[in-house]
Design a protein around this ligand. Structure first.
Ligand code: ADP
Ligand code: MG
Length: 596
């Protein structure tokens, strides 16, 4: 980055910072700004009045007016500085939730989840969240301190210029040089730290050691020391590189500091000369020498400026993220499938995961009639879950078209489409809420409805989970809480299925292997229930898509879709596929033998 570009970035960072202060509270920001300016004026008055006071004292007089003015300015300066500090503390408190909200809004803005699986985006989001949550990171509070000092410095500059404009100019130039070189340097360091993948790797190892989810295997395989070692290693390598880079970048700062030293020598010499030759009296000598010292307000301000720049780096990073993430599309709400054949169709869909070269799907074509139940089968990695993600709009095809009722899914409003989807996944959430809420979050407007929760439990053939709930639907779930009840994997799974049953009238219901903990008969009954409901809702064109390994369930579907080699290798009813005697028929025979 060229120096000009870097300075422009610093200035832009400052603008973002001002916008953040404003967003925290416009009223407080005005109060803070007015107080900072008034404090600077008081400081200027203090310098001039104390100069006059001492000047008069040197002549053997105690001038009451200058004494009163000096004391008043002193008190005002102190009080106003405290006002700026209070504004900083209050706005700091507001900034944290505001920034967290900004990050989560950004993260959830794209309709898909593709961006969350891109490592650079994940890094930016995780880094920002970690940064915002740092307790010692008081970016907004520090910003107000810096603002206070800067305006104070400007007042000092004015006082200094009233004695000698050229000395003021020389000291100003050198001071700003230190300020800018140092700002550029630390801003760059912070941006580098945010983006450093090794730091992220270190964080990953740290989480491995402390997360509940990983605890079982970490203990079983004795991975603690291994993890610690890897953590330390990635941390050291990252820091060593950073330090190496730092040294080379420090030269401009050293030069600027030498310039400041020289400027002060010149300024003091000029001041001494003017005083010695009688050009200025004691009053000006005192005022100017105070101003000279207070010019540091425009220079490098240590920790508080570091925090301020760190805050800027974070805001710049968020802005970059904002630019990189796709905007939410503004399309009219989806129409319901009308009941025509071909309600859901994939035409020549090609899909490649970000960061991968091999496509998962290559020219996938499939027609699903409204109201039908579809079983998707295929080996591990065949793309069954990927198909589900495409259908629910979590990912978009790289090319080709995915149409719902002849409307491209890409033209739908993503949220509106997903509001009409329902389902359950293999890697479902363990939502550690009240048992009722764990179910009813499947349809938020019914969050507090016991009736709806019970009905969904029933539909999910999960009524017996109630036995594990000491407080019934009001039981707090999860080990994160003192009074939380922990469930078995299968029980969690069945609550997830019940959650998927909450939406009364979905257009698309997906069940991506959520039934592994159920026995074959229960799974079969559950799917039949789904299929029946879908048929009943057939006039709306609701489609049920089930991913399972159990052929007894598959056989009951209207349409069986076999995925292999990035495309649909077989499609048809169970009877048709059996008659065709292809791979499906062979697999079915194998499993039927296994069950026999
Ligand atoms: N988030 C992802 N990023 C990159 N590749 C992925 C991702 N998820 C799945 N894949 C790859 O896509 C292929 C299909 O995966 P998936 O749809 O999960 O298979 P299935 O559900 O049939 O077992 C696999 O080769 C898998 O490695
Ligand atoms: Mg899968």
């Amino acid at each position: 980055m060229t120096t000009v570009a870097r300075i422009r970035r610093i200035l832009h960072g400052m603008a973002l910072l001002v916008r953040l202060l404003w967003a925290c509270s416009p009223a407080l920001t005005v109060v803070g700004a007015v107080a900072a300016v008034a404090r600077a004026l008081a400081a200027a008055v203090l310098m001039l009045a104390s100069g006059r006071l001492v000047g008069a004292l040197a002549d053997g007089r105690l001038d009451q007016r200058w004494l009163v003015l000096t004391l008043t300015a002193l008190v005002l300066q102190t009080v106003l500085a405290a006002v700026v500090d209070v504004v900083g503390v209050v706005e700091q408190g507001r900034a944290t939730p505001l920034l967290l909200e900004r990050v989560s809004t950004l993260a959830s803005r794209p309709h898909g989840i593709e961006h969350l699986e891109q490592s650079d985006v994940r890094q930016a989001i995780d880094g920002a969240v970690e940064e915002i949550n740092q307790q010692y990171f008081l970016g907004v509070q520090s910003t107000w301190q810096v603002v206070g000092y800067r305006i104070w410095g400007i007042a000092a500059l004015a006082v200094l210029a009233s004695w000698s404009w050229w000395v003021a100019a020389v000291v100003l130039a050198a001071t700003l040089a230190v300020n800018l070189t140092w700002s550029a340097y630390s801003q760059q360091i912070f941006e580098q730290i945010f983006r450093d993948r090794r730091r992220r790797r270190a964080r990953w190892y740290r989480n491995l050691l402390v997360d509940q989810d990983s605890a079982k295997e970490v203990r079983l395989f004795g991975l603690t020391d291994f993890g610690l070692e890897r953590f330390a290693q990635s941390w050291h390598v990252a820091l060593a590189d950073l330090w190496q880079g730092r040294r080379a970048e420090q030269r401009p700062i050293v030069i600027a500091n030498v310039a400041v030293l020289a400027a002060y020598v010149v300024a003091l010499a000029a001041l001494a000369h003017d005083a010695w030759t009688g050009v200025i009296g004691t009053a000006t000598l005192l005022a100017a020498s105070q101003a000279l010292m207070q010019m540091e307000g425009l220079g490098m301000l240590g920790d508080m400026q570091t925090m301020c720049i760190r805050q800027q780096a974070l805001l710049l990073d968020l802005e970059d993220l904002d630019r990189r993430l796709p905007a939410a599309s503004e399309v009219a709400a989806p129409t319901r499938p009308t009941g025509k054949p071909g309600a859901v169709s994939l035409r020549d869909v090609r899909f490649t995961y970000p960061g991968r070269t091999e496509p998962t799907f290559d020219r996938l074509t499939l027609e699903i009639e409204p109201g039908s139940s579809v079983a998707v089968v295929g080996e591990n990695g065949a793309g069954k879950s990927t198909l589900v993600k495409l259908l629910t709009g979590l990912y978009r095809p790289s090319s080709g078209r995915l149409l719902v009722d002849d409307v491209d899914l890409a033209d739908f409003d993503g949220d509106a489409w997903r509001a009409r989807c329902a389902g359950a996944f293999q890697d479902h959430l363990h939502l550690e809420l009240l048992a009722r809420e764990t179910i009813t979050t499947g349809d938020l407007p019914a969050l507090d409805s016991d009736d709806r929760a019970l009905r969904a439990l029933d539909d999910a053939a999960a009524g017996d989970v109630m036995v594990a709930l000491p407080g019934g639907l009001a039981t707090q779930l999860g080990t994160s809480w003192d009074d939380g009840t922990e469930l078995s994997g299968g029980q969690w799974q069945r609550l997830a299925i019940a959650r998927g049953m909450m939406r009364g009238d979905p257009l698309l219901l997906v069940l991506d292997e959520p039934t592994s903990a159920l026995d074959a008969a229960t799974e079969h009954a559950l799917f039949e229930g789904y299929a029946d409901a879908a048929r009943r809702a057939g006039r709306h064109g609701a489609v049920t898509v089930l991913v399972t390994h159990r052929f007894s369930t598959v056989a009951a579907a209207d349409l069986v879709v076999v995925l292999a080699d990035g495309r649909v290798s077989e499609v048809g009813s169970h009877a048709e596929l059996m008659a065709a005697g292809g791979g499906y028929a062979q697999l079915y025979a194998l499993q039927a033998r296994g069950y026999a």
